[in-house]
Design a protein around this ligand. Structure first.
Ligand SMILES: C[S@@+](CC[C@H](N)C(=O)[O-])C[C@H]1O[C@@H](n2cnc3c(N)ncnc32)[C@H](O)[C@@H]1O
Length: 301
């Protein structure tokens, strides 16, 4: 792991603790699905089976840590749609976007639907979510997640995110784009295949097109969350910097989000717009979850 991440040593704080955290397995986080039940009843049901859940304190009382050995996907409560296994940082993304009930939302890259279903929960199943996913092999998992969790306000589309039609505009957009996935590399899990590095070569250009298209699809005063689960500045700050160069966008600070580190100021020979530092980086030695990057973007009125 040290070798894989050595190039990031200059900007990851307390680098040895970061490497140490990668030797531990990911914690077992799950979200209680308030569209179907309440945390109190799920905690009671699982307690009767000898399973205790520990609350994770983020702005909404919805994320819990389960014992490491538990396989939540095998529980009846999973099939009933009461719980959804989901990384803590993935839950924070929807909380940061904070869509209002009765608003219109576009989830540009939606499968397998963890964030779409959380957005529906935050909207109390009102308004509309367009859940877009390009790859047909990912459509069935997305539909299953939405139907199991009782999501009633979503429709599915299958466009290239970077070419999503400009016919409608949205109050809120989740741009949880495909990325190199470095934030998931923990314990013995490194990059899955050699394919991964080839994939990274063209990914930043695609991400830049996605953030620009997402921004163009926002209504005035609309909010977009741009997220990745990677540490790579070329897929994070550089993409947000590209947006700031080409559009009149505002980066809204991530207030009240604990243990988040600011975006970095420069990488290799590229010096970023200083507003990029208002984005947030999540490292596993600060927030024990998948490594993550998030920028909250506003279109001026
Ligand atoms: C990071 S994952 C999304 C995870 C999802 N938001 C969730 O929380 O469950 C990115 C998704 O984008 C899809 N994807 C890849 N390229 C795409 C494109 N050009 N347009 C739209 N979706 C794309 C991938 O198939 C993948 O399902």
């Amino acid at each position: 792991m040290r070798q894989l991440f050595s190039e990031y040593q200059e900007f990851i704080p307390d680098f040895d603790s970061f490497l140490e955290s990668l030797r531990r397995p990911l914690p077992n986080h799950l979200r209680v699905n308030r569209l179907k039940t309440s945390p109190v009843s799920v905690i009671g049901m699982l307690q009767e089976k000898g399973i205790s859940l520990t609350p994770v304190h983020i702005s909404e009382d919805t994320v819990y840590e389960a014992p490491r050995a538990l396989l939540p996907g095998k529980l009846p409560e999973y099939f009933l749609g009461y719980i959804h296994p989901q990384a803590l940082t993935s839950c924070v993304a929807s909380l940061v976007l904070a869509p209002r009930p009765n608003s219109s939302v576009l989830d540009l890259c939606a499968a397998p639907g963890g964030k779409t279903s959380h957005l529906a929960q935050l909207m109390d199943n009102t308004g509309i979510i367009v859940a877009n996913e390009l790859h047909s092999r990912r459509h069935a998992p997305l539909s299953h997640t939405l139907s199991r969790l009782g999501v009633l306000n979503a429709v599915q589309t299958a466009y290239q995110a970077q070419e999503f039609p400009l016919r409608h505009s949205f109050d809120f957009i989740m741009a949880d784009v495909p990325c190199s996935g470095e934030g998931r590399w923990r314990l013995s899990r490194g990059p899955d295949t050699t394919e991964e590095s080839r994939y990274r070569a063209g990914i930043a250009e695609a991400q830049k097109r996605m953030i620009l298209r997402g921004f163009d699809l926002l209504k005035r005063e609309g909010i977009m969350a741009y997220c990745t689960c990677t540490y790579n500045p070329a897929e994070n700050e550089s993409v947000v910097d590209c947006l700031l160069k080409h559009r009149d966008a505002e980066i809204v600070p991530l207030d009240n989000v604990p243990a988040v580190e600011p975006g970095i100021a420069q990488w290799e020979k590229e010096k970023f717009d200083e507003r990029v530092q208002r984005a947030g980086r999540f490292y596993p030695h600060r927030v024990d979850s998948v490594g993550f990057f998030m920028a909250r973007i506003r279109k001026r009125g």
